[in-house]
Write a protein that binds this ligand. Structure first.
Ligand SMILES: Nc1ncnc2c1ncn2[C@@H]1O[C@H](COP(=O)(O)OP(=O)(O)OP(=O)(O)O)[C@@H](O)[C@H]1O
Ligand SMILES: [Mg+2]
Length: 388
C-alpha cells in the first residue's frame, strides 16, 4: 500500500502539534508538512499532487470554500479532512457538496481518522491505477419474514457475518426496516449517519457512500435505518432502489433486512435481488402467512430457485410437525434453525451469536445458508415480471 503525504493547516501552532501527536501511531503516513496560512491550500490544489490535508479547527470552511469551488477537479488528488470543534449534519452536507473527503471532530478519535485515511488510500490507489471504472459483480440478498418478531434481523446479521468470514469479500448490511430498524443496536454500533442523511445529501459516488456506511469490527459494513422513525416516510421505493444499486457498486454482497409485509419498497426490492430468504416460525399465523407469501411470489413469477425457506426456532415443541408445514406450503423447508437462549443473550450484548457462540448449532446452521447462496451459480434478477 502506498504511503500518503500529509499536510496540516491551522492558525494555531499548538493545534498543529496536537494533530502531529495524534498521527504518531498511524501507519502508511509519508512526510508531514504544515502551515499556519490557509492560502497554502491554494498552492496544493494548483499543484495537483496526491496529498491528504487536515484543515482546522481554527480555520473554518468559510475561509477556503470559494477556492474549493473553483478548483473542485483537483480534489480528486488533494483530499481534505476538515477538523472542527463541532460536527453538525449541516456542515457535513456542505462539506460533501464541496467534495471534501471527511469532517472530523477535533481532537479526533484514532479510529475515525484511521477509517478516513483508509478511504483516502483506496481513492489514491484507484486514481493512480485508473481503475475507478471497474464493474463489480455483486449479489443482492434479501431476508424477509412472514410475521414480525420471527428472527429476520438476527438471521440476516449472522448470515452477513458468515458470508464475510467465508468469502473475505465486502459485505454490506442494508437495514431497510426504516421505521424500527435495529441492526446497529444488535451489532453494538452507534452510527454517525443513516440512510436518511445519505438521502438528504443525495450523492452516491463510492466515496460518499463509504462515509455513510458504518464499519463493524468484523469488517462488514452497515447502512443503518433512521434514528427518528418519522424520517422513514420520506424514504420511498425509488430512493431505496437507487441506494441498493449504488451500494452494489461498492460491495460484493448486499444483505437486506426487509421490513415485514409487502410494502412498495419490498416489492421493488423483489424485482432487483438475486436471492430471497424467507424466515418463518412454527406458529399458525406465521405458517398461514408463509403460504400466502409463497403464493404471492408465484404470482409475481419470482424464480423458485432463488428462494429459500428458513424455519426459525424449528425445534420448538408446539404440536406442529415440520412435514405438516411442508405439506401445507407444498415445498421443502431448506433450512432449520433451533431455538436457543444464546440468541437473546447475544442480542442483548450487542455481539452476534456467530461471533460470541461460533460453534453453536444456531451459528452452524446459519453458516450453511452461505452454501445455499454460493451454490446458486446463476445470478440474474429473481423477478421476471410483475403482474399488476
Ligand atoms: N432461534 C432463536 N432462539 C431464541 N430466540 C430467538 C431466536 N430467533 C429469534 N429469537 C428472539 O426473537 C426476537 C426477535 O428477533 P428479531 O428481532 O431478529 O426478529 P425480526 O423478525 O427481525 O423482528 P421485527 O419484525 O421486529 O423486525 C429476538 O429478541 C430474539 O431474541
Ligand atoms: Mg427486524
Amino acid at each position: 500500500m502506498k504511503k500518503i503525504p500529509i499536510g496540516i493547516i491551522d492558525k494555531d501552532e499548538n493545534n498543529i502539534q496536537k494533530v502531529v501527536a495524534l498521527l504518531k501511531n498511524v501507519q502508511n503516513i509519508d512526510s508531514i508538512k504544515f502551515s499556519t496560512n490557509i492560502r497554502d491550500i491554494e498552492m496544493l490544489l494548483i499543484k495537483k499532487k496526491p496529498i491528504l490535508v487536515l484543515i482546522g479547527p481554527t480555520y473554518k470552511l468559510d475561509d477556503f470554500e470559494e477556492f474549493l469551488i473553483s478548483q473542485s477537479q483537483a480534489l480528486n488528488l488533494v483530499k481534505i479532512i476538515l477538523l472542527t470543534s463541532e460536527v453538525s449534519t449541516e456542515l457535513l452536507k456542505r462539506a460533501l457538496k464541496l467534495n471534501i473527503h471527511d469532517v472530523l471532530e477535533f481532537p479526533f478519535d484514532n479510529k475515525d481518522f484511521k477509517e478516513s485515511i483508509e478511504r483516502a488510500e483506496v481513492v489514491f490507489e484507484a486514481e493512480s491505477e485508473n481503475v475507478s471504472n471497474v464493474t463489480r459483480f455483486s449479489k443482492k440478498i434479501m431476508f424477509f419474514s412472514t410475521k414480525g418478531g420471527s428472527g429476520n434481523t438476527f438471521i440476516a446479521i449472522n448470515f452477513a457475518l458468515a458470508l464475510r468470514k467465508r468469502t473475505k469479500k465486502e459485505v454490506i448490511l442494508f437495514d431497510a426496516n426504516y421505521q424500527l430498524g435495529d441492526i446497529a443496536l444488535m451489532l453494538g454500533l452507534y452510527p454517525r449517519n443513516t440512510i436518511f442523511d445519505l438521502m438528504t445529501v443525495n450523492k452516491y459516488d463510492p466515496e460518499t457512500l463509504n462515509i455513510f456506511l458504518t464499519t463493524h469490527k468484523s469488517g462488514i459494513k452497515v447502512l443503518p435505518s433512521p434514528t427518528d422513525p418519522s424520517q422513514c416516510e420520506t424514504i420511498g421505493s425509488e430512493v431505496s432502489i437507487k441506494v441498493l444499486e449504488e451500494l452494489s457498486k461498492v460491495g460484493d454482497y448486499i444483505v437486506i433486512d426487509a421490513p415485514f409485509g409487502f410494502s412498495d419498497v419490498v416489492l421493488s426490492f423483489l424485482e432487483n435481488i438475486d436471492h430471497l430468504f424467507i424466515v418463518s416460525t412454527k406458529d399458525l399465523p406465521s405458517i398461514k402467512n408463509l403460504k400466502i407469501c409463497l403464493q404471492v411470489l408465484d404470482k409475481l413469477k419470482f424464480n423458485k430457485e432463488k428462494l429459500t425457506v428458513i424455519l426459525n426456532r424449528a425445534d420448538s415443541k408446539v404440536d406442529i410437525e415440520i412435514d405438516e408445514i411442508e405439506k401445507t406450503i407444498n415445498r421443502k423447508i431448506e433450512s432449520k434453525i433451533p431455538s436457543d437462549r444464546i440468541v437473546p443473550v447475544s442480542i442483548n450484548k450487542g455481539t452476534p451469536a456467530f461471533i460470541s457462540f461460533p460453534r453453536s448449532a444456531v451459528s452452524n446452521n446459519i453458516y450453511k445458508l452461505t452454501d445455499i447462496l454460493l451454490s446458486n451459480k446463476e445470478y440474474t434478477t429473481g423477478l421476471e415480471k410483475i403482474i399488476t
